[in-house]
Structures are given as C-alpha cells and as structure tokens.
Design a protein around this ligand. Structure first.
Ligand code: FE2
Length: 255
C-alpha cells in the first residue's frame, strides 16, 4: 500500500471509530431534542456569536503576529500540505497576510473555543478537538484564487472548519459564502463577532474579501469530533491541512 493510501486507510478507520464511539448517547447528552444536531446535519453550516471583549483581544493579538506566507514549505513534517502552484502562491499572498499565531493569539483562540465549546458540541453531537489553527487578514486587494474561489476542501471525512471572525461580517466587511446542492447561496451576515462551523469538504464555499479600506481578520480552527474535548490551538504552518496520522495529539506538538 502506498503511503497516501495507508494514511487514507488510517483516516477511514478513525472515522469508523468515531461512529462507534460517538453514538446516540453523546447526541442525547449534547442536544437533547436533536434540533441542533439535525440542523447541522441537514445544512452543513451553522453560526453564532461570542464575547465582544474576547474578540477585541484576539484581533489585537493577531495584529501583532509575524507574517507566515502560504508556501509549499510552510507545513510541519507531521501534517499534510495543500499542493500549490506558483500562481496560487502568488495570488493567495497578495493583499492577504497569513500569520504565524503568537502565544497570545492562541490564548484568545482557546478562550473563544472554550466559550463556544458546548454550543459547537450540540451541533456536532459530541465533544470535539482542534487539529490545527491558522489565522490571516484579508483586504480589498486580496486575490480570487485559493480559498477565495468556490471549492470544497477535500479533507478526510468528519473534519470540519470552525471560522472565528472577531468582528461583524457581511459582503462589505468580508465574510464566507456557501453554496448548497440546490444552487442557493448563503453569505454569513452578522452585526458582531461571529463563529461559523461548516462541513468544508461537503459544502461548496469561498472567502469573500472586504470592500476597499476594510480589513477582515479570521482565525481558522480545523476540528474533528472526539470522545473528549481538546481545545488547545496548534499552528502547523500556513499551508497545513490536517495531521497525517489521525491519532496524532496536536496539543502536544508545537511547530
Ligand atoms: Fe476551504
């Protein structure tokens, strides 16, 4: 078996493990009427708000982070990267600043993850853990390729994305837009700090850059259902997708 096939096999067996471990008992525990679980299962995207104070502290921390542009090299050895062409590398880094999150930025990501942990669990139907984190800011000059064109992520089943916007979102301020199987689209609009959870490998989506003169900040948590919570953010590179090995404990690892 090739390395890639073997890894895919590991992810398949991990997903089976999740199915067996996170059965109806967890769903009952986290969403007694199954309302939230069914909403997320049906639409593949849900969103909500969080503390404005924590949002401000996260955004302030992000503005102080050093840049870490997307490149084929910006991925830790234990993680899979996205295959990139030179054209995509140039486009995704134009007008967008990818960060190497500082300890302070990770601190506030963790505080926000703690704040919304149970809400997100109710939608997923189980506790969850963070596989990796990234953060960046978009401007009106951001390009049209990479995450800003319609795409699905192609990650192993069960992995989801949790986007954290420390400010209001919308077509003027920048947002994420989704396209459902029937062709309908939804751009998240919200008057305050917003999180959005979505099935990034099933639902078509794209980043929407803000209008001229506005900056959109975002922290992205790549997450997976888990028998227990593990909400320590970990940066594995601006081009990291997910750990090669599903049993890998991200929380014990620092890039
Ligand atoms: Fe994506």
């Amino acid at each position: 078996m090739s390395d890639a096939n073997e890894r895919r096999h590991h992810w398949d067996s991990y997903c089976r493990f999740l199915g067996e471990t996170l059965g109806p008992s967890f769903r009952t525990r986290y969403d007694i009427w199954h309302e939230k679980y069914q909403t997320y299962a049906q639409y593949g995207v849900v969103f909500g708000g969080f503390s404005a104070e924590r949002a401000e502290l996260l955004q302030d921390a992000l503005t102080d982070c050093s840049p870490e542009p997307v490149s084929p090299e910006s991925v830790a050895a234990q993680f899979e990267g996205t295959p990139l062409t030179d054209a995509v590398v140039a486009d995704v880094n134009r007008g967008t600043v990818f960060y190497r999150p500082s300890a302070r930025a990770h601190w506030w990501m963790a505080e926000i993850a703690d704040e919304i942990a149970e809400q997100v669990a109710a939608f997923i139907g189980s506790p969850w853990r963070i596989l990796s984190t990234r953060a960046w800011q978009l401007s009106g000059q951001s390009g049209d390729l990479g995450a800003n064109e319609w795409h699905v992520d192609g990650l192993p089943e069960s992995i989801a994305k949790l986007m954290i916007f420390p400010h209001a979102v919308g077509t003027e301020k920048g947002t994420t837009e989704f396209q459902f199987a029937d062709g309908q689209t939804l751009a998240i609009e919200s008057a305050g700090p917003t999180w959005a959870l979505f099935k990034s490998s099933e639902l078509m989506h794209r980043g929407v850059r803000p209008s001229e003169g506005t900056t959109r900040y975002v922290a992205e948590l790549t997450i997976i259902p888990s028998p227990r919570f593990d909400l320590s953010p970990v940066f594995a590179g601006s081009n990291a997708r997910h750990p090669l090995e599903p049993w890998f404990r991200s929380a014990t690892y620092r890039y």
